[in-house]
Design a protein around this ligand. Structure first.
Ligand SMILES: [Zn+2]
Ligand SMILES: [Zn+2]
Ligand SMILES: [Zn+2]
Length: 478
């Protein structure tokens, strides 16, 4: 291997990368879903390669990887574009000088190549260069480090989420045995401190919520689903007569997060994209497509805020349990409606909404959707929602909500907690129904089970949520 190989190959990449840097640091491009999609795709491919390479590591090399990562764990990497580029080139030359000195320096060489990778704007491209130019042993070490790093970001997720003040953590729990004898686990929410009966464990606002379509534009807020009792306090949308809000704050939040883009603007044209989506929701009464449209718009909005949060809404959603669905004509239609409704405002959304991704997102929403009940007086004759949603209430459902933390609550026919909408809006509170000790799993009812036999409860739960209920009530009355 000639010393100049990597630098030569990398200079080629860096020439592209200088443009790459400019693009990378240009916030407009960074917020472009198309650009982000490409980066994400490359990242995925690199991660897969890293995981494969990591498998080749011997015990001794695995130890080298651990030590190497530990040695740079609190190192600061440069932030400015020029510094990054300089740092990158330095590490590349150093790495190259080291590996030419033979196998005893391979570990140190790998550290340099890994550091270069950390600051390089398009790591996937650099990995391709490495693959062709550095000795396989060193390459395996670098990829081992990358794989370990990705893994720790994954593992770290549940140590920082849910936030401590919510008094719960996500834990793996046994969920019976599969047909092939393998133990099945699922994730559930465990209380981190003890609670007496009737106490609130936490409250949580949804990522996205939607009103039952027949209530839209009447006496319920389009943003927080609250019933508006006082006619005088109604706040209209400034561009349409389709929706109303309970306060100016709700109007503003909705406008910023999703409504500015999804507003029908009272278009006379029945085929206007936003109106088509609205009409579809009205006729089918399926909330999920519109909720997904809101979710996607909100996601782009969050990205543009650039809050520096380590995990975005998509990262949160990605980890949730989902319902496996196959595409029917209905899903085809929904995807089309979404693409058209968002397309003119979010460039690149077309390619983002692939069939695979749409089905996964829809499956996640369907599995984790809660019926929201915010009626103050029960004179609203609302038919039950056709889509599956978790609910045990008698009060009419005023809409649906999708929550980050509450999605992890598992079902029991003898729950120790319940879902309460204490402020009569879409914010959910988890309230204990008996004493709950620290370390105990919090469980709610997904279905109303007052008069159901164990067999029918289990059937309904299995049909809707794909698990066989093993709660004490089901097990003792089996
Ligand atoms: Zn409101
Ligand atoms: Zn509007
Ligand atoms: Zn049960």
């Amino acid at each position: 291997m000639k010393t100049s190989t990597i630098v030569a190959a990398t200079v080629g990449v860096l020439a592209v990368a200088t443009v790459g840097y400019a693009i990378y640091f240009d916030s407009k491009r960074r917020n472009d879903p198309e650009f982000r999609r490409k980066l994400k795709k490359e990242r995925k491919r690199t991660q897969k390669l890293a995981a494969e390479e990591a498998k080749k590591l011997s015990n001794k090399s695995a130890q080298t990887v651990e030590e190497a990562l530990a040695s740079i764990s609190d190192e600061d990497f440069p932030t400015s574009m020029e510094e990054r580029e300089k740092f990158c080139m330095e590490q590349l030359s150093a790495g190259e000088a080291l590996f030419t000195q033979g196998p005893t320096k391979f570990g140190q060489a790998a550290i340099c190549f890994y550091k270069a990778l950390k600051v390089y704007p398009a790591p996937a491209e650099l990995v391709m260069v490495y693959q062709k130019t550095i000795p396989p042993e060193v390459f395996t070490l670098v990829m081992g480090m990358l794989s370990k790093d990705v893994q720790s970001k994954q593992e770290k997720y549940y140590t920082v989420f849910p936030p401590e003040e919510m008094n719960v953590k996500v834990e793996e729990k046994p969920e019976g045995v599969a047909a092939d004898g393998q133990k099945v686990t699922r994730r559930g929410l465990v209380a981190t401190k003890s609670f007496g009966a009737g106490q609130t464990v936490y409250s949580e606002a949804p990522v996205i919520s939607s009103l039952e379509p027949s209530l839209e534009g009447k006496d319920f807020c389009h943003y927080c689903l609250k019933q508006i009792v006082d006619e005088a306090s109604k706040v209209p949308c400034s561009k349409c007569t389709q929706v109303v809000f309970c306060t100016e704050d709700c109007r503003k939040s909705a406008a910023q997060e999703f409504h500015d883009i999804l507003c029908t603007k009272d278009s006379e044209d029945a085929s206007s994209p936003e109106r088509s989506l609205r009409e579809y929701t009205k006729t089918t009464r399926n909330l999920v497509p519109e909720m997904l449209a809101k979710f996607l718009v909100k996601m782009v909005h969050e990205e543009s805020l650039n809050s520096g949060a380590e995990y975005n809404s998509f990262d949160h959603m990605e980890r949730l349990r989902y319902l496996e669905i196959t595409a029917t004509a209905e899903e085809e239609k929904e995807m089309e409606l979404l693409k058209v409704a968002l397309g003119s405002n979010i460039p690149g959304i077309d390619e983002f909404i692939t069939e695979e991704r749409y089905l996964l997102m829809k499956g996640r929403l369907l599995y984790n959707l809660y019926g929201v009940s915010t009626s103050l007086n029960v004179d609203h004759d609302v038919e039950p929602l056709p889509e599956r949603h978790r609910s045990v209430r008698d009060a009419p459902i005023t809409g649906g909500g999708f929550y980050r933390v509450t999605s992890y609550l598992m079902h029991s026919c003898e729950p120790n907690a319940k879902i309460v909408f204490s402020e009569n809006d879409h914010k959910v509170s988890i309230v204990t129904t008996r004493e709950v000790m620290a370390g105990e799993e919090l469980l709610v009812g997904y279905i109303k089970n007052d008069d159901l036999s164990t067999e029918s409860r289990r059937l309904e739960l299995f049909t809707k949520y794909r698990f066989r209920c093993m709660c004490p009530l089901c097990e003792t009355t089996d």
